[in-house]
Write a protein that binds this ligand. Sequence first.
Ligand SMILES: [Zn+2]
Length: 233
Amino acid sequence: MWRVWAALLLELLEYNGSIKMHDGKQGQKDAYELVLDAIDTGLYLPGERLVESELAERFGVSRTPIREALQRLETQSLLRREGRSLIVASLDHNQLAELYAVRAELEGLAAQLAAQHAGAEEIRVLREMVENDRNLLDQPEALARANRRFHRQLHLASHNRYLVQQLDLVHRSMALLVATSLSAEGRSSKAVDEHDAIVTAIEARDGGAAGRALRTHISMAFETRLKLNSTQE
Ligand SMILES: [Zn+2]
């Protein structure tokens, strides 16, 4: 618990007084984002060692920003030290439960606020995403990427920057989960149906229903994750 919260607190302190606007535009990625993305997309898996010189070569950046990125990721508990090496951290059972609990509440709030504040265009984008996802049901990796975009879009639709920041932190820790829960048998179509229910509630401007639909979605994802883990161990 303390590790997740310590990371949250640290980030809050870091951001104190310097709230960034989230306009959805992606600029040039810095070394930190490159390494984080690589962990998020499973290029580097939990337990794997990260070597400064290899990362610098892979991403075509010099070693100093890579070193700084690794230090930052270590502070945020995404990497852990083992002797002189930095290893991609893994989440234990308790951390997983803690992470999903925070995610369910924060995202539930985001869905509730989105129902109240999202513009008509934003809601149409969410609806379009759900419909497009129905074509990806047999492609878990593509669906996982689409899922991240859907959730990100939903966060932004809340129109609450502090909440968006907190959700960014939660999703950063989600990068440590090895396989997508969407790869589980039968999960992908259920997940898209759950997204559909969330968007339907937002379209109806029903904040309570949107929050509940979102929390149900996260709870189902967590259940799937637990089953997936128990078959792998
Ligand atoms: Zn989802």
